[in-house]
Structure formats: structure tokens, C-alpha cells
Design a protein. Structure first.
Length: 570
């Protein structure tokens, strides 16, 4: 992949370095371990890690584990695997928001004493009503001016577990009339009686993201906090938190925002993806139809293709929706260079070479890659019976059809020219067998074998050693072009989010998965899980973990660029 192009973020960082604002670059990637990462997270992930690499700095991995109700070690391990798959490592160290719970609590008590925070008793609904709207200011809570000593006592009793969930909240005291609704006394702590997977039952109060996140950045010496555009409105709060806790923090990071990644026919909301998993609409987070990185990896995508995709779409401040076709193009470019070629037939139709001697076979040599002879060759066996695609035969051809039909000649890939003589049918009129005659003087690669014919070159699989396999063909999860856009995925955002759209499930594509029983060359049987082939004229396929010795399973990663579509129309 070519060197990544510059962008407004890197220009801003260069300026900071030139002016001596920071002596080095230190970034962080802060995922919440409440689900698997999806393609929408890659823009932030790659920008965080790549920025550190570009400027010779460091990047931390810090899990935002402030919501124990939905977090799990499974998600932590999978996120780590995804990052390494994309070619990165957390050179600055591995951290958790829970590492700083004690410091967050210390700062909270300090703010209460200084009159910067108070314990509120409004319910969630009342707090929302008091907050006001984008055009109307909020109004002060009845408990906003309670004495600091009283708030401190209540806060300590919150920590001791004396109050029920939802009855008390610690809030920052900023400005309920602020034009920025985020600054209207945001919550700092809520009561939550959930055992934390790292800290156990030590805490029953948990800090909110807008409070804990800037503190974690400052404690780790982060210089540039890079995040998506929905956090732009939160930047004044980010700076407010750091500035008012400056006496307890070693640094002051700079937050820079960029537009999120949205893509046609793709679900970019972790909340919606969780609904698909929990509702049984997919087989799991790594179902190859899902946009999670685990699913894309299982389907056969490469980390290099994802990085190329993010580089091509670039970094900007303007929201946009990227066509899914661009991602697929990046995948083709990546796999086209690395995937060996093989022949597989997805919808088999039997062909009998009527003039081929009974019991005889011929071993043919096939190249593994037309552009990379160093990838070697493999052999296939040709006998009297073989299989072609059902679509490669028409008894009564349509106009411009150049594949197999009675009286027409085609070439079998790497083998001979054959003439179609006719077909046989079952009682319902379905074609069950095609009969052909071989031109034995036309063996591919031999002198005089380049006779010109009108018919196409067809891929095939010998019946003698054909390996049955399952081909899983995937289409986008959504049946229409509209994307389900990325969302603010912090714990408090999910808690306050509106229910999933009623039409979400109705928009699912009923044809997102088609499973076929095909046949392939013997080389696919010994392939390891995760190995990818280009099945000639069909697409790129990756061996799936569901494979058995008796039945290999291959996921279609992506179709071929234009060739296959043109052949389908031929």
C-alpha cells in the first residue's frame, strides 16, 4: 500500500510539535468492551495507532470499562485480536478506565469541597426535563446549592451502598443556561449494583465517560485525543474536566474530531448489532454477514484491505456515506495478489466426454497465480466425466450467449476444446447431463492448440476426484442502500438512547445468505481454515471454521470485479 496521505489532523499535530506545545506524540484507542468492534470503528482505530507510528510516538490501548452491566473479557480479547490483525500494537501500554477509579473518586471529592459538584436526587426523567432543549435553557435542580458538607456525606454514603440505583447522582456544577446542552451540569457518577469483571464488588458507583475519559487521557500523558465528530460538542466539557482537575493531573491533552465512517447497506451501530445477535437473526458476532472485524476476518477480508480502505476514504470533518463497493474493491486488490487460483463449481451440471476412452485419465498442470510464477503450480485430473456450472449451458441460447449449447465449441480451462452435442433430461424436463466431443488436437499449451473459437473458456471439476464442499454466498444485511449510521457508543449514550427503529428488522435482506453444495479441486480439502482462493470466474473464497474433513465450507469473500457480471449477461 502506498504511503498514507496527509490530513488535517496530522497538519494540526505538526503545528503543535513545531510550536513546542508538545514534545512528542502520544495517542490512545479507548474502546468499550461491550461487544465486537465493527468496520465503523476502524477509522478511529487506524488513525490513533497510525498517527503514533507516523510521528514516532506511542499509542495506548485503554478499555473504557465503566459499564459492568454489558462488558465481558470475551470482548477484551477479541478487540486485542482485531488490533493485531490490522497490524498494530499498543506501544504505550495496556490500560483500563477502572485503573483510575480511585483517582476519579479523589477528584470527585475535591470538586465537592470546592463547590464544583453536588449530589442530585432528580430521577432520570426529571433530570432530562430540567436540562432544557437546544433552544431553551435548563433550570437548576432543587439540590444544586446544597452545602458541600452534605453532598460529601451523601456521596460517601452512595459509595457505601446506602441508596438504591437511580435515587442519587453526582453532577458537575457548570451552567444550566449554557447554549451547549452538554455543559448543563452533566453527571459524574451513578449508582450501579453490578459486579465489575476487574474490580469485583469494590464499587457500587461508577464514573461517567465524560468525566473518566479526559482524566484517563491526562494521567497517561496523552497529547492528542482523536475521536469522531459526535464528540465535538463534548470538547468544552473535556477541557473543563482537565482544567478543573489540573492540580491532580500531569498533562492537558488536545481533542481533535473527525467524521465517522458510514457505509451503504451496512449496520454501524453496536446496539443494533447486539440486537441481531441476541435476536438470533445471525449466528453470532462473527457471522460473515456482520460488519464486525471478526466476521470480516472469517469471511476472508485482510487487515491490509481494511487499512487501504480507510486510507482511500481519507479524514475530514464532513459526514458522508461511503459506498460498500469501495471496500469490496480494496479487498479484491489485496486478495488478487496473494490468493492462489483453483477451480470450483457451485451449481454442478454433469458433462460426459463421449469420445473419451473409458477408464483413462490425464494429469494436467495448472498455474497457482498467472502473475506470480514463484507461487508454483498444481495438478488436476481430467477424465470422461466432469462438472461445469449450470449457468454455463443453455439448450436454447439467448442472443450473444457464448458458452455451452448444442453445436457450439468451448475450451475447458487448461485442457481441450470440446463441442456440445446435446443434453439429457429427467421426467420434469430438467437438464441432467450434457454430452460433448473432445478435440484431442487442441490440448492447451501444445503446438497448434490455439485454434480460434467463438465460445468462452469454462472452468470445470473432474468427477473422478471432485471434492464436495459447501459454498456460502453473502449479500449485504440490509435490503436497501441506506446505512444505519454509527452512534455515540458510550455507556450513558446507550442508556439514554431511543429504542431501535421499528423498521430495522423489516429492512433485513432475506437473501443475505445462500448455501450451495458444489464440487472443487482436491487442493481445497487440505487448505487450512482461513486460507483464501480465487475460484476461477466465481470470486474469492475463504475456508470457514465450520469445515469438516467430509465437507469443507468456503465463504465467498467477494465476487470478481466485472468479469463475472459480464459473463452472466453473455
Amino acid at each position: 500500500m502506498a504511503e498514507e496521505r496527509s490530513n488535517f489532523i496530522w497538519d494540526a499535530i505538526r503545528k503543535d510539535l513545531d510550536e513546542g506545545v508538545y514534545g512528542e506524540v502520544h495517542t490512545r484507542f479507548p474502546p468499550e468492551p461491550n461487544g465486537y468492534m465493527h468496520i465503523g470503528h476502524c477509522k478511529a482505530l487506524i488513525m490513533d495507532f497510525l498517527t503514533a507510528e507516523k510521528f514516532g510516538g506511542k499509542c495506548n490501548l485503554r478499555f473504557d470499562d465503566t459499564n459492568p452491566a454489558k462488558e465481558d473479557m470475551e470482548y477484551v480479547r477479541n478487540i486485542e485480536k482485531d488490533i493485531r490483525w490490522l497490524g498494530f500494537d499498543w506501544t504505550g501500554g495496556l490500560f483500563y478506565a477502572s485503573d483510575y477509579y480511585d483517582k476519579c473518586y479523589e477528584i470527585a471529592e475535591d470538586w465537592i469541597r470546592r463547590g464544583l459538584a453536588y449530589v442530585d436526587e432528580l430521577s432520570k426523567e426529571e433530570m432530562r426535563a430540567y436540562r432544557g432543549t437546544l433552544t431553551e435553557p435548563g433550570k437548576d435542580s432543587p439540590w444544586r446549592d446544597r452545602p458541600a458538607e452534605e453532598s460529601l456525606d451523601l456521596f460517601r454514603r452512595m459509595r457505601a451502598g446506602e441508596f438504591a440505583e437511580g435515587t442519587k447522582t453526582l453532577r458537575m456544577k457548570i451552567d444550566m443556561a449554557s447554549p451547549n446542552i452538554v455543559m448543563r451540569d452533566p453527571a459524574m457518577y451513578r449508582i450501579l449494583y453490578k459486579e465489575h469483571w476487574r474490580t469485583g464488588n469494590k464499587w457500587c458507583i461508577y464514573p461517567m465517560y465524560d468525566f473518566s475519559h479526559p482524566i484517563g487521557d491526562a494521567l497517561e500523558g496523552i497529547t492528542h485525543s482523536l475521536c469522531s465528530l459526535e464528540y465535538e460538542i463534548h470538547r468544552p466539557l473535556y477541557d473543563w474536566v482537565v482544567e478543573h482537575a489540573q492540580n491532580m493531573l500531569p498533562g492537558h491533552p488536545r481533542q481533535i474530531e473527525f467524521a465517522r465512517l458510514n457505509m451503504t447497506r451496512t449496520v454501524m451501530s453496536k446496539r443494533y448489532l447486539r440486537q441481531l445477535v441476541e435476536g438470533g437473526y445471525v449466528s453470532g458476532w462473527d457471522d460473515p454477514r456482520m460488519p464486525t472485524l471478526s466476521a470480516l476476518r472469517r469471511r476472508g477480508y485482510t487487515g491490509a484491505a481494511i487499512r487501504d480502505f480507510v486510507d482511500r476514504i481519507g479524514m475530514s470533518k464532513a459526514d458522508s456515506v461511503v459506498d460498500l463497493a469501495l471496500l469490496e474493491s480494496c479487498v479484491r486488490d489485496s486478495l488478487g495478489e496473494t490468493s492462489p487460483r483453483a477451480m470450483a463449481v457451485l451449481r454442478p451440471l454433469k458433462v460426459v466426454l463421449t469420445n473419451w476412452p473409458e477408464g483413462e485419465t490425464k494429469t494436467l498442470t495448472m498455474e497457482n497465480h498467472p502473475d506470480h510464477p514463484e507461487m508454483g503450480t498444481h495438478t488436476v485430473t481430467l477424465g470422461r466425466e466432469l462438472y461445469i456450472e449450470q449457468d454455463d449451458f443453455m439448450e436454447v441460447p439467448v442472443r450473444k450467449y457464448q458458452r455451452m449449447f448444442p453445436g457450439n465449441e468451448v475450451r475447458l480451462k487448461g485442457a481441450y476444446i470440446v463441442r456440445c452435442d446435446g443434453c439429457e433430461k429427467d421426467g420434469e424436463g430438467n437438464v441432467t447431463q450434457v454430452n460433448c466431443t473432445v478435440d484431442f488436437t487442441s490440448e492447451s499449451g501444445t503446438p497448434g492448440s490455439d485454434r480460434k473459437i467463438k465460445g468462452k473458456t469454462l472452468h470445470w471439476v473432474s468427477a473422478i476426484d471432485a471434492v464436495p464442499f459447501e459454498a456460502r454466498l453473502y449479500e449485504p444485511l440490509l435490503s436497501d442502500e441506506e446505512a444505519i449510521e454509527a452512534e455515540d457508543e458510550t455507556a450513558e449514550a446507550e442508556e439514554n438512547a431511543a429504542p431501535a427503529k421499528k423498521d430495522f428488522i423489516s429492512r433485513l435482506n432475506p437473501d443475505s445468505l445462500t448455501a450451495l453444495r458444489g464440487v472443487a479441486e482436491p487442493c481445497v480439502r487440505s487448505a487450512a481454515v482461513g486460507n483464501t482462493f480465487q475460484f476461477l470466474r466465481t470470486g474469492y473464497f475463504c475456508k470457514d471454521p465450520d469445515s469438516t474433513d467430509e465437507l469443507p465450507v468456503f465463504n465467498r469473500t467477494v465476487g470478481l470485479r466485472d468479469t463475472f457480471a459480464k459473463q452472466q449477461k453473455a
